[in-house]
Design a protein around this ligand. Structure first.
Ligand SMILES: NC(=O)c1ccc[n+]([C@@H]2O[C@H](COP(=O)([O-])OP(=O)(O)OC[C@H]3O[C@@H](n4cnc5c(N)ncnc54)[C@H](O)[C@@H]3O)[C@@H](O)[C@H]2O)c1
Length: 353
């Protein structure tokens, strides 16, 4: 490497950096700022390359690649979803991602995205609810109190104004952990012993369970008029959370229909069943909630543009915080064509030392 060049270097944000970044910015500020970047990118939705994510399914779970570009930057995320992992001491969802310069193809950021996925999913959910839930929604049920749950709660507090939580999980220790982690964060929290109890009086219902099979976390009789449903856990073929009848009574909003029709709750419906695109609501091209009594459903699966926004947001924080390391990721020979010569010089250097 020559003295003038640092073209080999790509900033890398590790898990430790990401945690420090979130703590330095403050998690609610982080979620609020990230939500603004997501909204900004959703308003310019038409500029992006879009494709359903590339999924490799197995009996145990899924590994997915999620690419997109706005013509200036290119981003992708690698993410897995393995519901059985939790019982083996691993995360259900882990991820990392890259942001690159379209002009020369060089990566400009490599980042952990396990935390960032939880943060962006929560920010995205809260943005959807800001546009779709009844104004002054204060009470949220969270069914499924796993890794995503505290992030969801905090995003809904910061962005929507939720202050009351009703928690339920089939595993009471998950609810206990979630309630404990959120103690002193400005919520009134009720631990419930069934989904039915959790949804009583809730303005918003978040489902964030993990099970690789058609599940019925919510049945039709549990959802009253005016409720907003934030369905997070149904995000794979064969992995849904809501009874089909709920879908038939709801106004359904999705991220990217070609992906959601494969992965979302709407895989239970005909492939031409009418749904609305959330970006159009955010961009003011389509009405969100039409009345107090309508049931709105955000059929969330997670789309590449949200990860692109999250990487863009993290990159914007690097200079002021210094929370990254310089990773020697790209070969940078003195003369671009002399890649082999670089190997020879390394060999010579190793012989000397
Ligand atoms: N839509 C998105 O953008 C997005 C992003 C990230 C994760 N996810 C999905 O969200 C879900 C939750 O993710 P996580 O990381 O919190 O998983 P996790 O494994 O940490 O937690 C899931 C929780 O759901 C509980 N659960 C399972 N079945 C239940 C049931 N029938 N009723 C109540 N609780 C039940 C489990 O006990 C567990 O505590 C997963 O399915 C994941 O794939 C979606």
């Amino acid at each position: 490497m020559t003295a003038h060049s640092n073209l080999n270097i790509v900033p890398f944000v590790s898990v430790d950096h990401m945690m420090r970044l979130v703590l330095k910015v403050g998690i609610e500020t982080f979620l609020t700022e990230l939500a603004l970047v997501i909204e900004e990118d959703f308003r310019r939705w038409e500029q992006f390359d879009k494709t359903p994510r590339v999924a490799s399914h197995s009996k145990e779970g899924v590994i997915e690649l999620m690419p997109t570009s706005d013509g200036t930057l290119y981003g992708f995320k690698y993410v897995n979803g393995h519901p059985k992992n939790m019982k083996e001491g691993r995360q259900t969802v882990t991820a990392f991602g890259v942001l690159s310069d379209v002009g020369n193809g060089y990566p400009t950021l490599l980042s952990e995205m396990t935390f960032l996925t939880a943060l962006r999913t929560a920010a995205m959910s809260a943005v959807a609810a800001k546009h779709l839930a009844r104004p002054n929604s204060k009470t949220m049920a969270i069914i499924g109190n796993g890794a995503q749950s505290e992030f969801q709660a905090l995003a809904f507090k910061a962005i929507v104004g939720v202050t009351e939580l009703r928690l339920y999980d089939i595993d009471p220790s998950a609810t206990e952990r979630c309630a404990g982690n959120l103690a002193g964060k400005g919520f009134t929290i009720k631990a419930c012993s069934s989904s039915q109890e959790a949804v009583e009086g809730a303005d918003i219902i978040t489902t964030a369970t993990a099970d690789k099979q058609y599940a019925t976390i919510l049945s039709d009789n549990m959802v009253g008029p005016g409720v907003h449903i934030n369905a997070v856990g149904g995000d794979c073929p064969g992995k849904t959370e809501l009874h089909r009848d709920i879908l038939l009574r709801s106004d359904i909003f999705v991220e990217y229909p070609p992906q959601t029709r494969i992965e979302g709750e709407i895989q239970q419906l005909a492939s031409d069943y009418p749904v609305k695109e959330l970006w159009e609501v955010i961009a003011g091209k389509c009405e969100g909630r039409q009345s107090e009594r309508v049931i709105t459903l955000f059929d969330s699966v997670g789309f590449a543009i949200e990860d692109f926004s999250a990487l863009r947001y993290v990159r914007s924080k690097l200079e002021e915080t210094g929370l990254y390391v310089e990773l020697d990721l790209l070969a940078d020979p003195d003369e671009p064509r002399d890649l082999y010569g670089m190997l020879l010089r390394c060999e010579a250097h190793l012989r000397v030392v």
